[in-house]
Design a protein around this ligand. Sequence first.
Ligand code: 4HQ
Length: 236
Amino acid sequence: MVIDVLTLFPGMFQGVLSESILKIAREKGVLDVRLHNIRDYTEDKHRKVDDRPYGGGPGMVMSPQPVVDAVEAVRGDDPDAKLILLTPQGRVFDQKLARELAGEKRLILICGRYEGFDERILLLLKPMELSVGDYVLSGGEIPAMVVVDAVARLLPGALGDPESAAAESFQSGLLDFPQYTRPPEFRGLAVPEVLLSGNHAEIDKWRAQQALERTRQRRADLLDEPRNGGSHEQHR
Ligand code: 4HQ
């Protein structure tokens, strides 16, 4: 998959793309992230990307010309590129949307700064608007990293063990069950006996109960709609 990122701060992505799963996915050629600086598409001598809001008020607004020209230059005539703008006004990102996006050939992510985008950017480009949650960040870069990470790990060949992607939290529509590793006792706390039993039918049953009970207690909202994937069926 190709992901183009349009941003005023391409340097923010370097660390995230150079470690762990994203690094491996890029080395394998499963993921190709291309960073583009919106400022390179300005046409005035001060390379200005923002301006004061008509009607007054605090802060600045992203100007339409650099953003629209950047998108058009990067997209070219590719009909397969899915345009996504990161904004608190958008559809809230979840595992279902991550799976939908993982089926695309090419994403173009638009990251804004300041108080937001000139509305004509939305009217002209008609991007999908996507929010990573109901809180205010300083820009769309961290949301774009969230999308890149959640989508990349679903691409075939991105993870070492394909089972881990499927088995994890939310793929089942439930929260994770408790995990333990060695030692069998740590600071007086023992690993639950069933996990040491070798009885895989009992282990699967225990894990399913734990996941369901945790979800009921902590995130009852997940049990209503099949929004994260879910029939809540057991794995394997
Ligand atoms: N911002 N989910 C304001 C966000 C955000 C979010 C990005 C801050 C856009 C202009 N984006 N800029 N939450 O808070 O996606």
